[in-house]
Design a binder for this molecule. Sequence first.
Ligand SMILES: [Zn+2]
Length: 415
Amino acid sequence: MTGDAPHLRADFDALAAIGADPAGGWSRPAYGPEECAAHEWFAARAHAIGMSVRQDAFGNSIARLPGADDLPVLVIGSHLDTVAQGGLYDGALGVLAGLEVARRIAGDATPQARPLEVIAFRDEEGRFGAFTGSRAMAGQLPEDALARMRAADGAVLGPAMAAAGFAPARADAARRDMSGIAAYLELHIEQGPVLEAAGEPLGVVTAIAGQERFSVRFTGEAGHAGTTPMTQRHDAFAAAARFADRFREMILAEGKSSARGTIGIVKLSPNQGNVIPSEVTLGLEIRDISAQLLADLAARVAVIATEAAEAMGVTAQCRRSYGAAPVPMNAGLISVIEEAARAAGFAAPRLPSGANHDAGVIGALVPAAMLFVPSVGGLSHAPEEHTDWPHIVAATDVLESVTRRLLGARDIPSC
Ligand SMILES: [Zn+2]
């Protein structure tokens, strides 16, 4: 335990100067000058505590404390990019806490047996498509996907990477043999209200929720809003509204605290006040940590869409646009974190992660675990994003004790 963790605080103060947005918050878009400056700063700080640092072909920064070469490495990771006008803690916390843990361990009289790496991934926030850095490391970015990756502001991944000094044509060079990684740890802000409401300074993630996304189109018939009797309409919006209500009830009826359903997109045609809508397209997503429940809920989307359509005399078409399986965190690592947290006097409740993280990409391939700290007001992706300093210090101390245990063990506990 190191009390107030002055080095960690100094690191936050220094990083806060990189990408501070005059309009508020922090803007470090992937492969932009601000994210690059943050990676350069990270490399310098890691060098200063005796770590070797390299950047892979996608610009992921990898800082390493040496250990026995025959032992797979323990990785602590997260990201340094932000959404536009984001907060100080999303991603940055995991990287800086990893650096702090490495700093403490580098100061030991006796070196640890297992190598330790702290990795700052690129483009976690998805300027170009989400988790670009960790997916490249995981070998999940085929060349044809790379060519399609462009930002909402029109920037194209290849030229943006080239401007930052990297070559997207060498994507394969960022691919890493995952058998060389023993385990992956990530400390992140919760970005939700659960831990704060529970009055707990830290929690342990059980699984990262999977997602199913659909586009649902209701097709009816346009008509005069004044002359068409209510009983003779084919109102696409009436069907969409009925569907929206049933969809919400379906998610709520599960009674599972981790199930989420959101209709975030509504496109209505012809979108005129005096015309009965002829077509409505809804974009929706469902999340849960259970693959089975996720599949069940997804299967029922088409059923309730058809029911709603028939009730309103229109037709419905469902198209699945995206799917990602839930990623359970490693049971053995969860136990190690719980033991360390409880030894430090924290209850460390378990909770699911509704948001995806680099741990969701790497954790699908190697044993992984995450710690969460509370987000004040549940706020994130906003300048007001905040976590109380004592919670950051407590979680970093627990991360240190977990790291020491895993670095000292020849076999990483896993289930
Ligand atoms: Zn993040």
